[in-house]
Design a protein around this ligand. Structure first.
Ligand code: SF4
Length: 245
């Protein structure tokens, strides 16, 4: 006769020591605002095509956007560009305001969005100081020819829910599944892979020899709206002024 054996409950995910802490560095001095990262993100993550009327209604869906801003006083005004995406904050303001726990922090430093929990209150979007969350105002549609190009690893999100950058979690899972160590640079989110000027660098900041760990200590480093205490996982490197060299 077989005896039933009960196993102790596994340690909850949130109490396990983190194996990875995924971070990104964005070098503003290298970014040319070509927007290859935006298109790569849309293709990888099944983001519906943003038509002109969506832009004019300010209901565009982009997980990464290139923001333009101006620096200096007239006549010495300079146009600047900054890639802006979910900052995967360690102290994320979007997480405590969700009434149904549809967004939470995992033990790899990712701010996770659970689509089938989301009830569309948009509290999280209001709480996000980076405007990095997108609400699905429409049921996604693609031209028939495009349907064969959709990424089978990524869910199609329906109308009425919130979505945002996942650091291409499907790529992270594929690269790390069943492995203790992943070599630095062995994989990257779509935006990082597509950037022609290597302005974006992705990696595990717990690995002190990783490129991302070293760059995040660069003397040009800063975090966007650091004063809010959100502890972003994205470090920016400020632009080098040609006349300051
Ligand atoms: S692909 Fe690279 S250079 Fe082009 S906009 Fe994105 S971050 Fe900037």
């Amino acid at each position: 006769m077989t005896t039933l054996q009960f196993q102790e409950n596994p340690t909850p995910t949130t109490q396990r020591p983190p194996r990875h802490h995924w971070n990104m560095v964005v070098d503003i001095d290298r970014c040319t605002s070509c927007r290859a990262c935006v298109i790569a993100c849309e293709a990888e993550n099944n983001i519906p095509i943003n038509t002109e009327d969506r832009f004019t209604q300010q209901r565009v869906n982009q997980w990464i956007r290139i923001e333009r801003y101006w620096e200096g006083e007239f006549p010495n005004v300079k146009a600047r560009y900054i890639p802006m995406l979910c900052q995967h904050c360690d102290n994320a303001p979007c997480e405590p305001v969700c009434p149904v726990y549809a967004t939470y922090h995992n033990n790899e430093g990712l701010n996770v969005q659970v689509y089938n929990r989301c009830v569309g209150t948009r509290y999280c979007a209001n709480a996000c100081p980076y405007h990095a969350r997108n609400f699905n105002y429409w049921e996604p549609v693609w031209p028939e020819d495009f349907r064969n190009y959709l990424n089978p690893d990524v869910t199609i999100r329906s109308r009425g829910i919130m979505e945002k950058c996942t650091f291409c979690v499907q790529r992270i899972r594929r690269a790390t599944r069943g492995r203790q160590d992943v070599a630095d640079g062995a994989f990257a989110p779509a935006c990082v892979q597509a950037c022609p000027s290597d302005a974006l660098v992705f990696g595990d900041i717990l690995d002190e020899n990783s490129k991302v760990a070293k760059l995040s200590k660069n003397e040009r480093h800063y975090m966007v709206r650091e004063v809010l205490g959100t502890l972003p996982s994205i470090t920016y490197l400020k632009k080098v002024e040609a006349d300051a060299l």
